[in-house]
Write a protein of this length. Structure first.
Length: 361
């Protein structure tokens, strides 16, 4: 896969792990803030000098942190990026109360406001390490408000800063995403956990346990071997389908195996109000992205792509898991899909993925 493509960059995000420096030994001082940090999920504020921003760092930030989220019908970035200069940051205190920051500094410019900020925050040992090695990172929590995180990316000059960013960005993204998971979970289960009768039905029909948010309902189906859970949203819905199939051979745990199973369920159970319509995967206009993963201790194949309504006009994103437990005779198939025409879908898909990953089979 070409590492310069959006998929290549996102694959690197998932595969490459780069250690960020511990903030405990790098920071020169610690402050106990009083306000509580706020901000939307997946919002990222970048602090940098205006001269640095205009010198090309803005393009690098957009390339690495504004890369497309996999996979949506209309592109949406993995983070919503806001830029702020140190001068504006100090002049408007509310900008100091957000959750996620990246501080970017070119240490060759001793007079720059961002460099002065970094020099005040870091120990002399850390600064000397960056100037010696060319690039360095550090992490601080709760600098101005409780619940916030600052990730410092520092280069001895602009060239080293850009080079280091291209290496460190997967770990930075991963660190921010891990912190955001708690917020996604709190938002997803804001209405509480699902009622026990629905969770009992899921367990009886599939043999799997799933932590169901309180705003999901069990859709009526004549076939009791399939579970369909649905949450209504304005002008759309978020859906989960679950079923089991006998495990026969390893060929089922492939791209074509997952695609075939999802298309079978879509054709049999999901249609629009127009006669002759049914759901299927569209992997012609956008790719079907596959990877292996661990789902609560079990091997699983994850698929992400776009569904569309055959003979109709509806479409949207989906994520599927095909779970294999060697001690079980069946494979568990669990799929989540969103129908939200004209609306942004990234956060809906992240909430849906969070629910699916609670599956215990």
């Amino acid at each position: 896969m070409n590492s310069s493509s959006p998929l290549g960059r996102l694959a690197a995000l998932l595969l490459l792990v780069v250690s960020l420096a511990s903030c405990g030994s790098d920071l020169a001082q610690s402050v106990t803030p009083t306000p509580t940090a706020f901000g939307k999920i997946n919002a990222l504020t970048v602090i940098a000098d205006s001269s640095l921003w205009q010198a090309g760092i803005s393009d690098s930030v957009d390339y690495f942190f504004g890369a497309p989220y996999i996979i949506l019908p209309q592109p949406e970035p993995i983070f919503d990026i806001n830029y702020i200069s140190p001068e504006r940051l100090s002049g408007q205190p509310t900008w100091q109360q957000l959750r996620n920051y990246i501080v970017m500094a070119d240490l060759s410019d001793d007079n720059s406001p961002t460099t002065q900020m970094v020099l005040g925050d870091m120990t002399d040992e850390k600064i000397q390490q960056v100037r010696r090695e060319g690039f360095g990172t550090a992490v601080a929590n709760n600098k101005w408000a409780v619940g916030q995180q600052l990730i410092y990316l520092m280069g001895k000059d602009l060239t080293e800063l850009k080079r280091g960013l291209s290496t460190a960005y997967p770990a930075v993204v991963k660190r921010i995403k891990l912190r955001e998971e708690d917020r996604i979970g709190a938002t997803t289960y804001f209405e509480g956990a699902g009622n026990r009768s629905i969770e009992k039905t899921v367990l009886e029909r599939t043999g799997a346990r799933l932590r169901i948010p309180g705003d999901y309902q069990l859709a009526p189906l004549e076939d009791t071997s399939v579970v369909w859970l649905r949450k209504d949203i304005p002008e759309g819905s978020v859906n989960i389908m679950m079923s089991t199939v006998p495990y026969e051979n390893q060929s089922q745990l492939t791209r074509e195996g997952l695609k075939s199973l999802r298309n079978q369920l879509g054709e049999k159970y999901i249609s629009s109000t127009t006669p002759g319509t049914f759901m299927r995967i569209n992997d012609h206009d956008l790719p079907l992205f596959m990877e292996t993963t661990d789902l609560n201790g079990n091997y699983a194949l994850e698929g992400r792509g776009i569904w569309e309504m055959e003979n109709g006009y509806m479409a949207g994103p989906f994520v599927s898991y095909l779970v294999h437990d060697p001690e079980q005779e069946n494979l568990l198939f669990i799929d989540g899909f969103v129908h939200a025409p004209g609306k942004k879908k990234r956060n809906l898909m992240e909430e849906l993925t969070y629910v699916l990953r609670t599956t215990d089979y």
